[in-house]
Design a protein. Structure first.
Length: 423
């Protein structure tokens, strides 16, 4: 086991100040995104791409090539300028798009197969003020919206402000009985309509005033999902709570750095003797989103307490194709924008404590549905996929394995996920 919590330094270029903000940070692998926030916020900067929650470590995030709600770039690999890696041979190597490129492509999203990430140089972004909006849409209408977002041009000058530029986006899918898998609430966060001096360079956010990670306004949602685990009908109350944002969009403005510290703990996994919460995620081309949600609706019908799986929540994110060229070998974007559909499900256990065979087969059907739509599935979660599905979803896996054999031939670095693939 590798424990990296104390390996958490965040270093900025010499001369960084509020009047001369840095454009990058060198971060140890054990640092969390929240620790980066606290270090860079005084300099009017924030992170560029990260998960929706800030409590994950940088090393873990790069190892799974995470993505978040940022729509101007692709996964976190688009924010990495360089990494330092300790390989299975005991070498400490630097890797980037121009140096040790094969290692760079295999480590980002490589699940620790080549070695241990020691540090990374990450591109920063201005901490601009954003205004938020919520819209309730049918799935078909939302597909047109996300297609429009996917077609927005690449941001070639991230430090140049653009009025109304879209920064963050995600959507909630209706998993209550009325409108099940047929409606979404679309959330957006854009730059101010009028450029001010503060928004041009970003705003200072003192560390002690950053939004705290915790339950906050999510307490009702957390309680709602807790009740929904036993009472499927209560999901209607949760959906009403979400749609209240559309009717009463209060608190419209906030700094980007605070919006990257959202409360997401109300969806945290729980379990008992009967069942356990499992998170799974699938990626499909944006023009296949409506069809894929229809597939999921058939595979996971609304819970009537007799099924093996009940959906507690579902969210959608837009993931642009990677900018970094060449892309990571285990890329889930496949060179084009994808809709990432995450489902949080209550899954019944069998006598052995594992998810029932019927439940496992349903998740495999969902993977097949994503593959049939030209997509794939996300590797970090519960390992329901067969080897054939892995090979179909990640066609460059043999190239990745070749790099693993070069840098970690004796498998000094390994984990259960890699062993499940025979790596």
């Amino acid at each position: 086991m590798l424990v990296t919590e104390t390996f958490n330094g965040v270093r900025l270029p010499l001369g960084s100040s509020e009047s001369s903000p840095p454009d990058h940070a060198v971060v140890d692998a054990g640092a969390t995104w929240s620790e980066i926030h606290r270090r860079v916020c005084n300099f009017r900067r924030t992170t560029r791409v990260q998960q929706s929650s800030a409590h994950f470590s940088v090393g873990g995030s790069l190892s799974v090539n995470c993505h978040g709600r940022e729509v101007r770039w692709g996964p976190v690999s688009d924010t990495v300028e360089e990494i330092a890696v300790m390989t299975g041979k005991g070498q400490i190597l630097r890797a980037s798009a121009g140096e040790n490129t094969d290692l760079f492509r295999a480590v980002l999203g490589g699940y620790g197969a080549c070695g241990m990430i020691l540090s990374a140089r990450l591109t920063l972004a201005p901490n601009r003020m954003l205004y938020r909006n919520w819209d309730k849409l049918s799935v078909r209408d939302y597909e047109r919206v996300i297609q429009r977002f996917a077609s927005l041009p690449k941001v070639t000058h991230p430090f140049h402000p653009t009025p109304d530029a879209l920064h963050l986006h995600h959507a909630w899918v209706n998993v209550s009985e009325n409108g099940y898998m047929d409606q979404v609430i679309s959330y957006t966060a854009k730059e101010e309509k009028h450029i001010t001096d503060g928004n041009r360079e970003g705003h200072t956010a003192w560390a002690y005033r950053l939004k705290a990670e915790g339950w906050g306004t999510s307490e009702l949602l957390r309680a709602g999902w807790a009740v929904s685990r036993k009472e499927p009908g209560f999901r209607t109350e949760v959906w009403k709570r979400l749609t209240s944002r559309v009717r009463n969009p209060s608190g419209m403005e906030d700094m980007r750095i605070n919006l990257l510290r959202e409360d997401v703990l109300f969806t945290s996994s729980r379990g008992d003797t009967e069942g356990v919460d499992l998170l799974q995620e699938y990626f499909v081309p944006v023009d296949q989103l409506t069809n894929f949600l229809k597939d999921l609706k058939e595979i996971f019908p609304f819970d009537n307490t007799s099924t093996d799986i009940a959906l507690l929540s579902s969210t959608i994110r837009l993931v642009k194709a990677e900018w970094v060229n060449p892309a990571p070998l285990l890329s889930y974007c496949r060179g084009k924008a994808m809709a990432g559909v995450a489902i949080d499900a209550q899954v019944k256990r069998g006598f052995d404590g594992a998810p029932t065979l019927t439940a496992a087969n349903r998740f495999r059907r969902a993977i097949d549905a994503a593959l049939s739509r030209g997509g794939t599935y996300y590797l970090p979660y519960h390992r329901f996929a067969t080897l054939d599905q892995f090979e179909a979803g990640y066609p460059q896996w043999q190239d990745w394995l070749g790099v693993v054999n070069q840098y970690n031939p004796d498998r000094r670095f390994s984990n259960e996920f890699l062993r499940s693939l025979g790596v």
